[in-house]
Design a protein around this ligand. Structure first.
Ligand code: ADP
Length: 588
């Protein structure tokens, strides 16, 4: 629908009303003037007729015919009216404009009939004699005894009245036109006065709608509009308040959601994503722009999670499950239905906990328990076997008994070594966790020297030379006995995995933020695939060789935890056949 401005609805309405009123008044005025004119003319004609009748009294005889005619023609020269004398039977005795001989009998004329009956006769009609519309007025002429002997008729052409009326009408029309122009101007001004405040109100309301709620509508002179402006202003204040509160709550909710460690996802009943907090985005690897309003199946490619959400929506129950993401990430998911303020079900809420670390720790613990059992079972089985052999009679044979007892002692030593290392490892971990390890600013050189001295004998037995390259002034925060133990473990390995004639080099280097202690050998080296797991408990590249060499598989794990206890770390560079370099990085 085409809508018009209020101004252009008011102005034409006012104009139509004014025009209607003007036409009505004009029409009434025209009729009144017309009537007044006719009655005025009628009265004038009657005065003339009476004056003429005064003059012709007693002349209505047969002989008087010619004198009446000449009188009528004489009167015509001083008057604008036509004058006719008619006798009682309708014959024209004299006429100011025509020859009576040429004129027909007038007894049928309406004014004749009225006048002969003693009344004033008036008629407006077309004159066949003069070929014009005329107003006729006739009055009776009576004899001395009161008998009607004829009549005097005066008449005037209506064109004269028409001309006079035309002037009056044009005056009325001109006045009406002027009134109309004035009314148009006036109605425009009035309409503007009505519509302007409404336009201001409309613009104010539009600014409110556009969110400019601090805007205020100005006071109005018209009471109703003033009340409307006040109500709109109040509405804006209330709205501003409410929006402020909602925004505050929204920000608080956003802050809570985004600082949650748990991932939170909200979906509607059609599995369209309504919300995902930062943790959920990070866990699922989705972009904040990407998920808005899209369906879960489009955004999250994990079928387990999709099924889980579908199940929650389908069963309408709280659910809990575990989901694996990308093969190595474990999520514990809780799902529940989402309700709105009217308790209507509007979707589902999924809370996700990353339990990957927990799972890994569980796995490590499980593997560790299995490894410990395995490591301990081998010597125990051997010990048990040899004890049973002895019990079965081998004890009688001193030579075998001695050999078996030696083997039992060897396995017992091995058990002891494993338990020793396990206990050391547990103690280092515990002390580190409870901050019980005291670090002192000590010389690294001293620690290295002591460790090398402890390993020298084994090195020379294996024909391995040890070279130390350490500046004397390197001081850093260390727990000397622990660092010494780590160095011994690294040197032991370097000696064990080097060929006779090889060299083990110990380098201490001070950098801007750390001191690096490196143990470098020229031994067999380690293949790349083993390097990430080298520092795990009981991990060995070649378990048999390690066992033969008396290794427990815990040496490097101890080194790693000692480095951690120093707030440092370990690293390794190695290539098969090219030797290895193990480093302990100690922060300064
Ligand atoms: P182990 O008691 O067996 O030496 P570690 O934890 O000290 O246990 O070492 C784990 C494994 O790492 C060893 O079994 C060995 O395979 C490998 N390894 C450690 N140091 C070296 C080295 N310097 N050269 C080659 N392999 C090494």
């Amino acid at each position: 629908m085409k809508r018009k401005r209020l101004l252009w609805q008011l102005v034409p309405t006012y104009l139509a009303i004014t025009l209607g009123a003007l036409l009505l008044v004009g029409w009434l005025a025209a009729i009144t003037v017309h009537r007044f004119y006719l009655s005025q003319t009628e009265a004038d004609l009657e005065v003339i007729a009476r004056l003429v009748r005064q003059q012709i009294k007693g002349r209505f005889t047969v002989d008087g015919k010619s004198s009446l005619d000449s009188l009528s023609k004489a009167l015509r020269r001083t008057s604008s009216t036509r004058i006719t004398f008619i006798n009682s039977i309708g014959d024209v005795l004299g006429d100011s404009d025509k020859d009576p001989a040429e004129m027909e009998n007038h007894s049928d004329r309406p004014e004749f009939k009225d006048a002969i009956a003693g009344r004033t006769g008036v008629s407006i009609r077309y004159s066949t004699t003069l070929k014009k519309r005329m107003m006729y007025l006739a009055i009776p002429v009576e004899s001395d005894v009161g008998e009607p002997v004829g009549l005097v008729r005066v008449s005037i052409p209506l064109t004269t009245i028409k001309d006079a009326l035309a002037q009056v009408y044009s005056g009325i029309a001109l006045g009406g036109l002027l009134a109309l122009v004035l009314a148009a101007l006036f109605s425009y001004i009035v309409s503007r006065r009505i519509s302007n405040p409404l336009v201001a109100m409309k613009e104010g309301a539009q600014r409110f709608a556009a969110g400019e709620l601090s805007h205020r509508l100005t006071a109005q002179r018209v009471e109703e509009l003033h009340e409307l402006a006040t109500a709109l202003n109040k509405m804006a204040v209330d709205l501003d308040d409410r929006i402020g509160t909602i925004m505050k709550q929204h920000r608080e909710l956003e802050a809570v959601l985004s600082s949650m460690v748990e991932g939170v996802l909200a979906v509607d009943m059609n599995e369209r994503l309504l919300k995902a907090n930062r943790s959920a985005e990070e866990l699922l690897g989705i972009d904040s722009v990407e998920w808005q309003g899209r369906s879960l199946t489009e955004v999250i490619k994990n079928p387990d999670l999709q099924w889980f959400v579908s199940d929650v929506l389908r069963t309408r129950r709280k659910m809990e499950s575990e989901i694996v993401l990308g093969g190595d990430q474990f999520l514990q998911v809780h799902g529940t239905l989402l309700h709105d303020a009217e308790e209507r079900e509007i979707g589902a809420l999924i809370v996700m906990n990353d339990i990957t670390r927990l799972r890994k720790l569980e796995n490590i613990r499980r593997d560790f328990a299995a490894n410990v059992s395995h490591e301990l079972r081998t010597p125990i089985t051997s010990i048990k076997g040899f004890v049973e052999t002895l019990q079965d009679g081998a004890i009688e044979d001193p030579q075998s008994a001695t050999r078996f007892l030696d083997i039992i002692v060897k396995h017992t030593d091995r058990l002891n070594a494993i338990i020793e290392d396990l206990l050391s490892l547990a103690r280092i971990e515990q002390d580190a966790e409870s901050d019980r390890i005291e670090l002192e600013n000590d010389s690294v050189m001293e620690v290295v020297t002591t460790a090398v001295r402890l390993c020298e004998q084994r090195a020379s037995e294996n024909e391995i030379a040890i070279e130390v390259n350490c500046p004397e002034d390197v001081l850093t925060n260390i727990a000397a006995p622990l660092l010494e133990r780590a160095m011994v473990n690294l040197l032991d390995n370097a000696i064990n995995f080097s060929e006779p004639g090889g060299t083990v080099q110990v380098d201490v280097e001070k950098r801007s933020s750390e001191v690096i202690v490196a143990v470098k050998d020229s031994g067999c080296g380690i293949a790349a695939e083993h390097i990430p797991r080298l520092f795990e408990r009981f991990y060995r590249v070649d378990p048999d060789r390690s066992r033969k060499l008396g290794g427990t598989g815990l040496g490097l794990a101890i080194v790693k935890h000692i480095a951690i206890a120093h707030n440092g770390r370990v690293s390794v560079d190695s290539q098969p056949g090219q030797g290895s370099t193990f480093r302990i990085h100690l922060p300064i």
